[in-house]
Design a protein around this ligand. Structure first.
Ligand SMILES: C[S@@+](CC[C@H](N)C(=O)[O-])C[C@H]1O[C@@H](n2cnc3c(N)ncnc32)[C@H](O)[C@@H]1O
Length: 199
């Protein structure tokens, strides 16, 4: 096998909990903690739509390393990723301005990702980064349709979930072959694909 599965160290839920408890929660900004807890309280199961704390911290680190000042986001929900971004920007940074952006975060409908990609390649400057969320779609991108049907069985949103998985697979293949960007599919949270515009 060409890959090296033993290097994928996140083998158990306990390991994720270890990361959260020993690192992520300890470093989470107070306002982000409040927002996360309010989202869980008000949205119950749907609160899972917000980006997880470890992914937020990766994005925050990336923004600071890039010295990003101008950012844009598609798919806000209660604003965990948006507040993460705002807290990582310098005092003269801006969100949601028309022009040339350093960073874009996309966390909306998967079927629209290719469309956003074309639009954002016009808005994000060369050297800037576009990040796409949920590109592993709960691991279903690596499952066969037969496995998916078995696993989802009587799930009320089965058809929508399978469609989104197919759209995600299609997008991942498209991104891996797009010469206008460099990309890395990071296995954090539900998968986040970082794309750096090269021309
Ligand atoms: C997964 S949630 C975003 C979670 C958010 N990034 C966070 O960390 O809390 C997706 C959001 O995208 C919104 N959405 C879906 N399609 C959209 C579109 N075409 N334009 C803008 N927002 C959209 C949904 O209403 C929902 O609030």
């Amino acid at each position: 096998m060409a890959g090296e599965p033993e290097k994928n160290i996140l083998k158990t839920p306990a390991l994720l909990e270890y990361i959260f408890q020993t690192n992520s929660y300890r470093r989470e900004h107070e306002q982000l903690k409040e927002l996360r807890e309010a989202t869980v309280k008000n949205y119950n199961q749907s609160s899972v739509m917000g980006v997880p704390v470890d992914e937020g911290q990766l994005l925050s680190m990336l923004l600071k390393v890039m010295n990003a000042k101008r950012t844009i986001e598609v798919g806000v929900f209660t604003g965990y990723s948006l507040l993460t971004t705002a807290l990582a920007l310098p005092a003269d940074g801006h969100e949601k301005e028309i022009g040339t952006f350093d960073f874009a975060f996309v966390d909306a409908m998967k079927v629209d990702f290719k469309k956003y990609h074309e639009q954002l390649l016009k808005l994000v400057k060369i050297g800037g980064v576009i990040a796409y969320d949920n590109t592993l779609w709960s691991g279903t991108v690596a499952q066969t349709l037969e496995e998916l049907h078995q696993n989802l069985n009587d799930h009320p949103s089965r058809d929508m979930l399978i469609k989104a998985r197919n759209d995600t697979q299609d997008f991942n293949t498209f991104i891996a072959n797009d010469p206008r960007i460099e990309s890395s599919l990071v296995s954090i949270g539900d998968g986040v694909t970082l794309c750096r515009r090269v021309y």
